[in-house]
Design a protein around this ligand. Structure first.
Ligand SMILES: Cc1cc2nc3c(=O)[nH]c(=O)nc-3n(C[C@H](O)[C@H](O)[C@H](O)COP(=O)(O)O)c2cc1C
Length: 361
């Protein structure tokens, strides 16, 4: 299943420009998941349903994501060979290191789907124990498992045993305010063999409300029994916040979700700020047009013309956020049915807008 996505130019451009880290890295300062070395401050692209598909991941990789995950894939769907689930297994050589995320509530489907995932040859298998949405939770999967820690441990152990690949877990602080057991949970999952954990600093009850609380994530990291990397997740939306949270909470790296939607430059901006203490200027109109066009072209290649065009509609507003007098163009972009027409419209944006048209620039 591992294939090279058509955009090989993108691949070679990216690979020729490695990020240079000025500090000497000691073995202890390099985050490692199994044998996967991630550097001293890895930035992970969060798994996001209907967002972190191959076209979007290609852009995030280009702009500096160190490790990426597929959107979550149903274990039941995989073993039934459902097209919607198997298509999500598509990963490409240039994406490495890349993890495939699986969710489920039952032992046998989790084991069988882990075998299917392993045949696809990602760098790791990630288990979703954090999804709060009803359609997942009501089946006992995702964050629902946080109500039954022994089951969570059993499922994790079974997945670890079903693959030779490193297994990681993505989860939340707990089910609700009264059950924030993440410190103990992380330890127990480490004991059955996971090699990394990403923690979203909210409970299931919070969904996405309130502010993510990173203090318990720090407690997991500072637990002297923990030796696997701990990645913090939740509300990172600027280079300053990423670096501040890394330093304040001591995590091995940060995982970024919503801030990357329509703004894959967030990764390079954080890296630059971390290296130099300075902010990069925001992407130009040209760069935004290039990214939106590339995203559209890759979506069409991967999903076909109709679906590729349709599913790109939600992204234009994000790519051009802050651009003055853009509303009419945005409306036009989401009403067009052909990618050729949209690409021509994007070229007009390039001609008609300048970098000074951004609010706050
Ligand atoms: C549209 C969307 C889809 C998501 N899908 C998944 C998913 O498939 N698997 C998962 O583990 N988390 C999923 N999440 C949660 C994110 O991975 C992340 O934990 C959350 O957005 C908090 O990080 P952020 O504040 O950086 O966005 C999703 C979030 C969003 C906004």
């Amino acid at each position: 299943m591992l294939q090279v996505f058509a955009s090989s130019v993108l691949l070679s451009n990216h690979l020729r420009k490695p990020y240079l880290c000025p500090q000497a890295l000691t073995p202890e300062s390099v985050a490692k998941i199994g044998n996967i070395e991630l550097g001293d401050f890895p930035l992970l692209l969060a798994p996001m349903e209907d967002v972190s598909d191959p076209p979007f991941r290609a852009l995030c990789k280009k702009y500096g994501a160190d490790m990426m995950f597929t959107e979550f894939i149903s274990s039941e769907g995989l073993i039934r060979n459902a097209a919607k689930s198997t298509q999500k297994l598509d990963i490409y050589e240039y994406e490495r290191p890349v993890g495939i995320q699986v969710f489920g509530a039952e032992l046998e489907p989790m084991i069988e789907s882990t075998r299917i995932i392993t045949e696809t040859n990602p760098d790791l298998v990630d288990i979703n124990f954090g999804c709060p949405v009803k359609k997942v939770v009501c089946k006992g999967a995702g964050a629902a498992i946080l109500q039954d820690i022994p089951k969570m441990v059993r499922l994790t152990e079974a997945v670890v045993k079903a693959t030779h690949l490193p297994v990681t877990v993505k989860t939340r602080l707990g089910w609700d305010e009264s059950s924030k057991y993440i410190v103990e949970v992380a330890e127990r999952l480490q004991d059955v063999g996971i090699q990394g954990i990403s923690i979203h600093g909210r409970t299931r009850s919070q969904m996405y409300k309130g502010e993510a609380d990173w203090t318990l994530i720090a407690e997991v990291k500072n637990n002297p029994r923990m030796h696997i990397p701990v990645f913090g997740n939740g509300d990172i939306d600027s280079p300053q916040k990423a670096v501040e949270y890394k330093n304040r909470y001591g995590v091995d790296g940060v995982m970024i979700g919503r801030a990357s939607i329509g703004y894959p430059w967030v990764f390079r901006e954080i890296k630059h700020y971390h290296r130099t203490g300075e902010m990069l200027p925001p992407p130009t109109v040209d760069e935004r047009v290039d990214a939106a066009a590339q995203h559209l072209e890759m979506s069409v290649k991967w999903k076909g013309e109709r679906l590729g065009v349709l599913e790109m509609r939600r992204h234009y507003a994000n790519y051009f956020k802050g651009l003055k007098n853009f509303k009419q163009v945005r409306t036009a972009l989401v009403e067009m049915d052909s990618s050729a027409e949209i690409l021509a419209c994007l070229d007009e944006v390039r001609l008609n807008y300048s970098d000074a048209d951004f609010v706050g620039v």
